[in-house]
Design a protein around this ligand. Structure first.
Ligand code: NAD
Ligand code: DAU
Length: 339
């Protein structure tokens, strides 16, 4: 079994590669990644020299390059994590989001059609459903919830999802889609809420909470997401969408206070700043379908996962400090420039 994992030098993709190498040591994993600002090759250092792993520096929008990789690797499956993933950046500059998230997805699926594939899996997000009101805790996103996006990021992910379903219906491409809630855990890029707050708190810098901090996200430990995708690849029904989330709803402000407490930092570091434009209030996944069909349940409770995550950032300061200093972007040239 050969699997192309796109975006594998990013947060969830790298965790997925580590999970798959452990869970399926007989599989070949090919990581295709452009190494944008969000890709960090040093994350993959532990698997780089494994005989069943290959890294290919490539843009998913590069049709010729993608076709060449398919000719070389004859993949059985493709799991597409590659995306521009940060909502705030999409508000500043939407274009690259449409390029990578929609057109890149099209190139990957065209390659799958041309060379044949057992499964194309699209890693999507709960943000395609828009948001839920804070005063209706009884409401959850199901797979039938209408698509109703708020940001250029979520719109680009929704556009890609529609295209994936269209390729299934029109061309019979064997696809699956997963729509997951907010992930957290090791290797999370320090522009996102949890790692940013940990890094800033450790540096005694202000902790910028958008608006009033009452927005709610449904947090899932990254390993639980990886296990869910593994199950969908092996047991999921072709043409289906699976929501992934774990009933771990938390207000942003409460998360920031937990981080302050765990690090022994004062809450006076918290600074309320201008809200994100179009800021979604609440995300909450109903994971009944993946539980009933595939037996998946999240294993890590937020209270444990957040402590594990904080500890990881304490134990791996070099990883995020080189990101903040910008030094990580020289890593590829330094390590692979002459290979
Ligand atoms: P990330 O930003 O940490 O990583 C994205 C990776 O994709 C990086 O390695 C980057 O170099 C690569 N990439 C970007 N553009 C590319 C291109 N044109 N060609 C090839 N590679 C490219 O993202 P993440 O948080 O790991 O998210 C991974 C996927 O999961 C995304 O599709 C995202 O929409 C989805 N998702 C994320 C979350 C979350 O909470 N982080 C939740 C649900 C779904
Ligand atoms: O729900 C899944 C989505 O989760 C993924 O599809 C996205 O790729 C991922 O980035 C994430 O989106 P969010 O916008 O929810 O994550 P972010 O970490 O950017 O923000 C989480 C919440 O914290 C959100 O309500 C905005 C708020 N926030 C964020 C930052 C970066 C702050 O209050 N201050 C901040 O500095």
């Amino acid at each position: 079994m050969t699997i192309i994992v796109t975006g594998g030098a990013g947060f969830i993709g790298a965790n997925f590669i580590f999970h798959m190498m452990k869970a399926h040591p007989d599989y070949r994993l090919v990581c295709l990644d452009k190494l944008t600002y969000a890709g960090n090759l040093s994350t993959l250092a532990p698997v780089m020299d494994e005989p069943n792993f290959r890294f290919a520096k490539l843009d998913i929008c590069d049709r010729e390059g993608v076709y060449r990789l398919f000719e070389e690797e004859h993949p059985d499956m493709v799991v597409n994590f590659a995306a521009e993933s940060h909502v705030d950046r999409s508000i500043e500059n939407p274009e690259v989001f449409l390029q990578t998230n929609i057109l890149g997805t099209q190139v990957l699926m065209d390659a799958c059609r041309r060379y044949g594939i057992q499964r194309y899996h699209q890693v999507s997000t709960d943000e395609v459903y828009g948001d839920l009101p804070l005063d209706r805790p009884d409401l959850f996103f199901t797979e039938e919830t209408p698509i109703h996006t708020s940001s250029p990021y979520s719109s680009s992910k929704a556009g890609a999802d529609l295209l994936v379903l269209a390729y299934h219906r029109t061309y019979g491409l064997p696809v699956t889609i997963s729509r997951c809630s907010n992930n957290y855990g090791p290797y999370h890029f320090p522009e996102k809420l949890i790692p940013l707050m940990i890094a800033n708190a450790l540096n005694d810098k202000p902790l910028p909470v958008y608006g009033t901090g009452e927005n709610v996200r449904d947090w899932l430990y990254v390993e639980d997401h990886c296990k869910a995708i593994d199950l969908i690849l092996h047991k999921g029904r072709v043409g289906e969408v699976y929501n992934i989330g774990g009933h771990n709803e938390m207000r942003n402000i409460d998360i920031v206070k937990i981080i302050c407490k765990a690090l022994g930092k004062p809450e006076s570091l918290i600074t309320f700043v201008t809200d994100r434009k179009g800021h979604d209030m609440r995300y909450a996944i109903d994971p009944t379908k993946i539980h009933n069909e595939l037996g998946w349940l999240p294993e890590t409770k937020f209270a444990d996962g957040i402590q594990k995550t904080i500890q990881w950032y304490l134990d791996n300061k070099a990883w995020w400090q080189t990101i903040i200093s910008g030094e990580y972007q020289n890593y590829y040239e330094k390590m692979y420039g002459n290979r």
